[in-house]
Design a binder for this molecule. Sequence first.
Ligand code: NI
Length: 229
Amino acid sequence: MIRMVRWLAVLLLVLLGGTWAFAWVTRAPGEGLGEAFAGRLALLFGGQQPVPAMGGVQLPQGMSLGGAFSLVDQRGQPVTEASYAGKWLLVYFGYTFCPDVCPTELGTMAAAIDALGPLGERVTPVFVTIDPQRDTVAQMAEYVGRFHPRMQGLTGTPEQVAEAARRYRVYFARAQRAESSDYLMDHSSFVYLVGPDARVRTLFRPEAGPDDIAATMRTQLLRAGAAAS
Ligand code: NI
């Protein structure tokens, strides 16, 4: 039995390694290796490779990000994914003490939503901290107000935050600085467009600009609107 499990593990490793190599060889110019790997993996498991959306990375079929979470908003109210049911969200995970990347991304999100005009009012910008120790409710309230009047700032217990990050496959880790008692947080930096069903529809790389994000949101919102009517 143990031998069989070991065999299966080896087989899986070979399969994944082979797919990685195949992705490496066959990826399109400009296509990231991770993206190519995800695409080939989807092919391997019977999924179709979807057409990439302008400005964003379309998730391979069968890959699901997002879903349930339990956090506290910037007014101190408990919130879950159900609190935003039926709404489109533009979500980013970071922390308020971030020196550069987080403020830049939050500014980009706000600009993208405003660029949509009235259509943008259907999208709520959401900032989730991965540093709940320093990002209290009051800190979040003060911070998100700087970026957009409708931006939600979500924090919670370390466990709640870790669980939300896990659902979105967000990497984060504390990075102690030798020269001070302060610390930074290493974290992945994607912007997620979340549909009314709380599932991630598109993810944007850090280099995506407001125009790219706005164009993708417009396409998705109009498509969803057309399907609903
Ligand atoms: Ni940051």
